[in-house]
Design a protein around this ligand. Structure first.
Ligand code: SF4
Length: 325
C-alpha cells in the first residue's frame, strides 16, 4: 500500500467577482473537497472547464487563498498542514512541490536566457539547507544535467524562450520545475496548448521523469484520452466537488456516477452511445442544493434535489457520491 503524499480534507475555495452590472458575487470554486494523492502516483483530475480543477491545483500549492480545510503533507515524522505553514516552512515546501502551467509561451520570462531561467530558483532558494553549499560549478552542472533530462541540448541554455517551439518551451518549463528536485508536481493542462503531434512527446517525457525520479503528479486535464493513458488514479470533478474516484481502469471501464458516464460518452474516442445532457450547467456562483448534478442528471430523483449524496465505496480503490448506490 502506497503512503499518502498529500491529504486534502474538506477544502473550500471561494472567489469574489464583479458581475457586468457591478454586483459583487461569490464563486464557489472548490466545495468541501477531500482526497488523497499517493506517493509516486499520477493522480489526474478530469472535468469540464470551470469545474475548479486548476483552482484545486493552485490551492494545494497555496497559490490561491483557501477559505477553509486542510492540505496535509508529511514532514519528518508527522503531517503538517500546508495552509498553516509560516513563510520559511512554505519556502521549504515549495522546493518540494512545483507546478507546470498550461501555456509555455507565457510561463517563461521572455527577457531571460534559458540558463538564467533555470538558475533563478537555485539562487532565490539558496538559503535552503540543500542549496546553501552549492558552488558556481555545482549550479552549472545541475543546470546542464536538468536540461539534458528533458531532452534538450546544452546549447539551448544560451538562447531566449522565443527561439523555441511550443513543445521545446514546455520542456524548458518542465526543466525549471525539476531543477529543485521536487517530490510533487502539479501539471495544469501541460499539453493542451501544444500541437497534437507534440503532445505525445511531452506526455511520454512526464511519464519517464515520474519513473526515473519517483515523482508524484497531480495531473489536471480536460483531455480524457491523455488521462486514460497516463494516470494511476483519476478523480472526476463537477462544480467544485469530487463525484467519483478510482483507478484509471475503474473509471474508464466501469464508471458508476452518471456525470462520469456522460463525460466519458462525450470523449471523441467513445464507441458507446453518447449521453446527451439536458438542463443548463449551473453557475458556480449559484450552486444547486443537494447533488450539484441534479439539474442535468438523467437519473435524478426527489432526494437528489435536497440531500447531498454520501460517499459509497464500490471497491477498495473506487468510490463515488450518488443516491443511486
Ligand atoms: Fe443523479 Fe441523483 Fe446521483 Fe446526483 S445523486 S448523480 S442527481 S442520481
Amino acid at each position: 500500500m502506497q503512503n499518502n503524499l498529500i491529504e486534502i480534507k474538506n477544502l473550500f475555495v471561494e472567489y469574489k467577482i464583479e458581475s457586468a452590472l457591478h454586483e459583487q458575487k461569490k464563486v464557489f470554486a472548490v466545495n468541501n473537497l477531500s482526497l488523497e494523492i499517493k506517493q509516486g502516483e499520477i493522480f489526474s483530475i478530469a472535468g469540464e472547464s470551470g469545474c475548479g480543477k486548476s483552482t484545486l491545483g493552485k490551492a494545494i500549492l497555496r497559490l490561491v487563498e483557501v477559505k477553509s480545510g486542510e492540505v496535509l503533507c508529511p514532514t519528518n515524522n508527522s503531517y503538517k498542514d500546508i495552509l498553516k505553514l509560516n513563510k520559511k516552512d512554505l519556502k521549504k515546501f515549495r522546493q518540494n512541490a512545483q507546478i507546470i502551467f498550461q501555456n509555455p509561451y507565457s510561463s517563461l520570462n521572455p527577457k531571460m536566457k534559458i540558463y538564467d531561467i533555470l538558475k533563478e530558483p537555485l539562487i532565490v532558494n539558496k538559503e535552503l539547507k540543500s542549496l546553501k553549499s552549492l558552488s558556481k560549478k555545482d549550479i552549472e552542472q545541475i543546470i546542464f544535467n536538468t536540461i539534458e533530462q528533458v531532452g534538450l541540448d546544452k546549447s539551448a541554455l544560451s538562447l531566449y524562450p522565443h527561439e523555441f517551439s511550443g513543445g521545446q518551451r514546455q520542456r524548458i518549463a518542465i526543466a525549471r520545475a525539476l531543477i529543485l528536485k521536487p517530490q510533487f508536481i502539479v501539471a495544469d493542462e501541460p499539453v493542451s496548448a501544444l500541437d497534437v503531434s507534440i503532445q505525445a512527446q511531452i506526455i511520454n517525457l512526464l511519464n519517464d521523469l515520474k519513473k526515473k525520479f519517483n515523482l508524484t503528479f497531480l495531473f489536471i486535464s480536460h483531455d480524457l484520452s491523455v488521462i486514460k493513458y497516463l494516470s494511476d488514479r483519476v478523480g472526476i470533478m463537477y462544480l467544485g466537488e469530487i463525484v467519483e474516484i478510482g483507478t484509471s481502469e475503474e473509471i474508464f471501464n466501469t464508471p458508476k456516477h452518471p456525470y462520469t458516464e456522460a463525460l466519458l460518452s462525450a470523449n471523441p474516442g467513445n464507441k458507446k452511445e453518447k449521453i446527451i445532457l439536458t438542463g443548463d450547467l449551473p453557475s458556480p456562483s449559484d450552486l444547486p442544493s443537494g447533488c450539484k448534478f441534479h439539474t442535468r442528471c438523467p437519473h435524478v430523483m426527489e432526494i437528489c434535489k435536497t440531500v447531498r449524496p454520501c460517499k459509497t465505496q464500490f471497491s477498495e480503490t473506487h468510490c463515488g457520491y450518488c443516491h443511486l448506490y
